[in-house]
Write a protein that binds this ligand. Sequence first.
Ligand code: ADP
Length: 215
Amino acid sequence: MADHVVVIGLGRFGESVALELMATGADVLGIDIGEDPVARMNARLTHAVQADATREEVLRQLGVDEAEYVVVAIGDSIEASLLTSSLVLSFGVPQLWAKAVSDAHGRILEQIGVHHVVHPEREIGRRVAHLLRARLQDYIELGGGYALVRTTPPAAVIGRPIREIHVRRNFGVTVIASKGSDGDWKDVTGDTVLADGDEILLTGPIAKAERFHLK
Ligand code: ADP
């Protein structure tokens, strides 16, 4: 569990990462070069510090060299993002996440060894395209051509125990959970009988997973 996290860059992305980490009970040190973001986040994070993260001595003073989890969420200056990421990597921090604002930026972050490179705008843009086109409630690409989809069950699987329908063989997807009128998610077993109005969570190859609800 990541209980102590340093978030560098408190723009919209850094702010939402930091606040969500706080909401889940983590300690968050937020660092930003700007006065306004630090003032805005001051009372909402464990610590918020105004500092230039491209300066090694500053990062050391703040204990970033001892951190286990660091998020570099600087997007307005690619140079500052790369300098900061490279310093954090030189400290041997085991888990560095960095936000990329372009494909080229992401490639360089990967080349210097950042452990997790995220492209928030590209990822959300792609997700919206799939949600909109296939009319899904949720869609997460898992890599390797697979997706996790939240949708409604198609007529073909309603009213009979899942085991009798051979969903995997006939439709190439695996239904993993369902939510009925009681509003709780439950694991789907062979005995589960899906009803009209349920929601389901399924995985499978992208094309099959996003078209399953139309069967
Ligand atoms: P978003 O697109 O997520 O709103 P930006 O990428 O524009 O955010 O925001 C980046 C944040 O990183 C800004 O708040 C900016 O002040 C901060 N930042 C930029 N350079 C540095 C730096 N050298 N050290 C610390 N923070 C920085």
